[in-house]
Design a protein around this ligand. Structure first.
Ligand SMILES: [Zn+2]
Length: 404
């Protein structure tokens, strides 16, 4: 069964808009061909299928008519020059698990293949999962791709009716939960020597632009004690950011860009601008870190007699995974003889949008070297088998529950 899952992943990965690399953008010809293929596999598994008005492919088991459903899914769009597993694994693994058990289950399952998780083509992202959750903003329909094609126009070309998108929003009373399988896209499970792990939350994130202003001067004539070197101050700040994040579990902070003015070997740096990206699974942890780091950066600036200006450029709240779903996923992992392990997600997923509709849970599967968004992305057949077995067991054991 699961060796056929690996074959299917390879077959799906061959569907691309650009020969020689996997690039499958939202509402592209390759997206349409991928829907046709995945729909074939859904029907073969016994599901009834349709494409909805935002280009999501939806497959539903025929049992449990009129009762609340369990949603499973992930995305089948990709970044440019992508790997074969990001998103696609979650959809095909769900089909494999559901095919094996749905006839024994007292409830209905819908598998959704979302089409716009990566947000490569249009300005907005998560269009499919937002539409399901009822949080799709119709203003996004006017957003255009690089060729000037609007989202509304692309949807019509694809066979969707953008005016009918509000009608595909689910009623929370009709949905029990959403479960997404995804490759980890990070190195933690590999370091733990584990095939799978339970996601605790999708990290919240904040970004800042920091400008340090000192005084430019001649590198030969200004004595060290009289300098106001913006780069020397920034270097100490960056080291402090790194040390602060390293001391707090699950907090990550990154200075990923830096520019130095005037930027010449014989000039004392007068101005430095750098970015800070801070992420954590809990909003309170992220906010505390921002407060504490702000104080540290100002102290360092004062010591170097430079000015500091910090501007926030981005903020997104964390998405916690429901504790009761985490517990049921952990039990299903333990049933396979594997140590249940919990970890946060550093990357965004459709589950972030679906979380406004219903409780969400995620299961990560180990990927080689933790690398993703490149053709080198890789998982083993054995780990894929394990993830499908865990999901199958989860579906067998699933007990709907109110959030505790
Ligand atoms: Zn993904």
């Amino acid at each position: 069964m699961s060796s056929s899952l690996m074959r299917r992943l390879a077959e799906l990965a061959a569907i691309t808009d650009t020969p020689g690399a996997l690039t499958r953008l939202f509402l592209s010809p390759a997206h349409k061909r991928a829907i046709t293929l995945v729909e074939f596999w859904m029907r073969e598994a016994g599901l009834t299928t349709h494409m909805d008005e935002i280009g999501n492919l939806v497959g539903r088991t025929p049992n449990g008519a009129g009762k609340p459903v369990l949603l499973l899914g992930s995305h089948i769009d990709t970044v440019r020059d992508a790997g074969a597993y990001d998103g696609n694994f979650g959809v095909l693994a769900a089909i494999a698990a559901v095919a094996a058990v749905w006839q024994d289950l007292p409830y209905a399952i819908e598998i959704i293949a979302f089409g716009d998780e990566e947000g490569v083509r249009f300005p907005q992202t998560l269009s499919g999962s937002r539409a399901i959750a009822g949080s799709f903003n119709p203003a996004a329909l006017a957003g255009a791709d690089a060729d000037g094609i609007t989202l509304a126009g692309a949807l019509r070309n694809f066979g969707c009716n953008p005016d009918a998108i509000p009608a595909i929003a689910r009623n929370p009373a009709d949905v029990m939960a959403y479960i997404e399988l995804h490759i980890e896209q990070g190195p933690v499970l590999e370091a733990e020597n584990l095939a799978v792990g339970v996601v605790t939350a999708i990290n919240g994130a904040a970004r800042f632009s920091v400008t340090v202003t000192g005084a430019a001067g001649h590198a030969g004539t200004v004595p060290m004690a009289l300098r106001r070197d913006a780069l020397a101050a920034a270097a100490e700040q960056i080291t402090a950011i790194q040390a602060h994040a390293a001391a707090i579990p699950d907090l990550v902070a990154t200075v990923g860009s830096l520019s130095v003015h005037p930027g010449a070997p014989n000039s004392i740096p007068g101005r430095v601008t750098y970015s800070i990206d801070i992420r954590a699974p809990e909003d309170a942890v992220r906010k505390q870190a921002i407060t504490d780091l702000g104080a540290q950066l100002h102290q360092i600036a004062a010591r170097h007699r430079v000015q500091l200006s910090v501007t926030q450029t981005h903020e997104a709240a964390a998405t916690p995974c429901a504790p009761w779903l985490q517990a049921q996923l952990a039990d299903s992992i333990a049933s396979q003889g594997i140590r249940p392990f919990h970890l946060p997600s550093g990357a965004g997923h459709d589950a972030m949008a679906v979380a406004s509709l219903c409780p969400v849970g995620m299961l990560f599967v180990r990927c080689k070297g933790g690398i993703s968004h490149t053709p080198q992305e890789s998982i083993t057949q054995e780990d894929a088998n394990t993830a499908v077995a865990v999901l199958t067991e989860f579906l067998r054991r699933f007990i709907p529950q109110q959030e505790n």
